[in-house]
Design a binder for this molecule. Sequence first.
Ligand SMILES: CCCCCC/C=C\CC(=O)SCCNC(=O)CCNC(=O)[C@H](O)C(C)(C)COP(=O)(O)OP(=O)(O)OC[C@H]1O[C@@H](n2cnc3c(N)ncnc32)[C@H](O)[C@@H]1OP(=O)(O)O
Length: 306
Amino acid sequence: MSVHVSQSAHKIQLWRRLGSVQYRDSSLLQRQHLSSFSSKADRNDDLVTLEASPDTGVATLRMHRSPANSLSMEMMQSISGAIRKAESDRKIQSLILTSSLPSGIFSAGLELTELYQPDLARLPKFWESFQQLYLDLYGSRLSTIASIGGPAPAAGCMLSLSCDYRIMTDNPKCTIGLNESQLGIVAPPWLAQQYIDVIGNRNAELALLLGTLFTPQQALTVGLVDELVCSGDSSIDEMAQRKAAEFIRIPPKARVAAKELTRGTQIAKLSGNREEDTEFFCSFVTTDTVQKTLGSYLEMLAKRKK
Ligand SMILES: CCCCCC/C=C\CC(=O)SCCNC(=O)CCNC(=O)[C@H](O)C(C)(C)COP(=O)(O)OP(=O)(O)OC[C@H]1O[C@@H](n2cnc3c(N)ncnc32)[C@H](O)[C@@H]1OP(=O)(O)O
């Protein structure tokens, strides 16, 4: 236990050092105009759908925030709300998390307009919603299955890592991983720890440094996903339903206790450190250096599209 705490404290210090030393004294934001990245608050609640089936004990949470299921504050709150709703139904034991966007994109990660030239009053609430989503999904009493039919970079990968089981479509265009370093940012310690726990220290170290996005085959090899579905095989939804049924056959109390064994420490750690984590995020993301790099990344995305 004490080893865990000291390792985590060290990680937080490393994260903080990136903000306070490398980017010290750079508090003014560079304002750049990027017309295609201008949205901020979502106007409606129609971002996710929850379909619960008391007969099977399985609920399906479908994300459909067009165009890429990027995680705005409202989107994260909607997902958290749907997880809690499913949990409140005692007949539900399993949750499948998936996308219903026609493009198949699972989630493009954090909504970049929340990070770039951010609304400073909204920024802490945005980050708290991200923490809350992690706590709700990673700590859920439900068995959770990510059905990943498209790309899942950065916080999209976090959604998958927070589930108990990950099934992905075997299409090389669908990549997954924590690519933050490519954007000039770094994953928070609790997200990096999930990565380490799932793919091992060395794989995580290299992938975090390089911002690697794994193809499905590579993701399977490093253990980032548990199973691949080839087109022509049974559908990814059917496979997710089958896996959910397998989890449901385990007595729920034992299943939840087993989850607590592997996740409890990390969940308690973030729960006790939310304010500090938020303060660090807000000061880090608003530095000149991070803002410039995010601006360039957004331009690159817009150009790539053209
Ligand atoms: C400072 C400390 C912060 C620490 C935080 C650490 C935790 C998490 C960080 C993040 O999650 S940052 C987000 C990282 N995400 C990405 O790098 C993904 C960027 N997007 C893509 O690579 C691609 O869009 C895609 C997901 C692979 C899909 O590619 P595809 O070719 O199918 O579609 P596109 O044409 O590129 O995109 C469609 C549409 O979506 C918009 N979009 C994509 N990603 C985002 C996003 N993250 N936020 C906002 N908007 C996004 C893209 O601009 C297109 O919009 P339109 O032009 O169609 O309006």
